[in-house]
Design a protein around this ligand. Structure first.
Ligand code: NCD
Length: 306
């Protein structure tokens, strides 16, 4: 079922239902101890990153190598022929001849969807402008499931730049498949855009709350997903300067949380979480990067296995 449905790749969190997510969470769990396998031997993954990345690209590449496959690609638009003026469509129609699956990150919204239209091989969206980042959201759910045992029944806060952050859009969409109390916490000017809220509320019938002061609900949260203010997406840098230090999560805040509370962050962190709490068992953002590797092993195995 899953393999048939996602044979053309992973473009949007909207394409996942609860069954698809649970299937991948189970597959991710099975990957936890697998770090040297041959299941993708002979396969080639292309990673085309037109925007900066540390975790997403390296975890996809590591996942591929750990499953016995090979990798090619580039990690800047400056070193490919896009720099000479080649279109993304032509790039994809070339790279599909050299590989079995393409992972793509691009600043343009809809870039992965567009690439998929031109590609004969599966495309995986690794970040399309400020719109979506579905595999990050899958690894976020995987982290929560592995750490807290279940998704249903949790109170989850998503905090920071909900306007420009792509991870939070995909995350909210995936979470709407579960029975969750969801809080969108942001400054007024960085609220989740209506197009996502309308989708969640009107299309999925999913209720959520919006607020600015996280202290009001902190002691009730099981998970807080913190995000960076997305400097590169602001047209007006003065506006960025005004909001950049809006939230800084510190030890005092952590002390207010439940015993089994977990703090997540897709990373990179700038200064929105004090480094003083990194050693707390509640701060699991570096563990989350390991779960990311495992989830990407699961995704690649499902999409590429013969
Ligand atoms: C995120 C991204 O690129 O959207 N990083 C990631 O993939 N882990 C988050 C961010 O850049 O803030």
């Amino acid at each position: 079922m899953f393999r048939e449905k996602f044979k053309d790749g992973i473009i949007s969190a909207r394409d996942f239902n609860r069954e698809d997510i649970e299937y991948l969470l189970k597959k991710g769990h099975q990957m936890m101890d697998i770090k040297d396998s041959n299941i993708l031997k002979g396969k080639i993954l292309a990673t085309l990153f037109f925007e900066p990345s540390t975790r997403t690209r390296l975890s996809f590449e590591s996942a591929m190598l750990r499953l016995g496959g090979n990798i090619i690609g580039f990690h800047s638009g400056d070193v490919s022929s896009i720099k000479k003026g080649e279109s993304l469509a032509d790039t994809v129609r070339t790279v599909e001849n050299y590989s079995d699956c393409i992972v793509i990150r691009h600043s343009r919204e809809g870039s992965a969807k567009m690439a998929a239209r031109f590609s004969k091989i599966p495309i995986i969206n690794a970040g399309s402008g400020s719109k979506e980042h579905p595999t990050q959201a899958l690894l976020d759910l995987f982290t929560i499931k592995e750490e807290l045992g279940s998704l249903d029944g949790l109170n989850i806060g998503i905090m920071g730049d909900l306007k420009y952050g792509r991870t939070v859009h995909s995350l909210a969409i995936l979470l709407s498949n579960f029975n969750i109390g969801l809080y969108f916490i942001s400054p007024e000017e960085l609220r989740m855009r209506n197009r996502y809220k309308d989708y969640l509320y009107h299309y999925r019938g999913f209720r959520f709350k919006e607020l600015t002061d996280y202290r009001k609900i902190l002691d009730n949260l099981d998970v807080l997903y913190m995000t960076r203010i997305q400097k590169e997406r602001f047209a007006d840098l003065e506006e960025y300067e005004r909001v950049k230090n809006f939230y800084v999560f510190k030890q005092d805040d952590l002390a207010q949380t439940k015993d089994n509370f977990k703090l997540l962050h897709p990373l990179p962190r700038i200064n929105e979480i004090s480094t003083k709490i990194d050693s707390s068992e509640k701060a699991i953002y570096f563990k989350q990067t390991f779960y990311g590797l495992k989830m990407r092993q699961a995704i690649l195995a499902e999409i590429l296995k013969d």
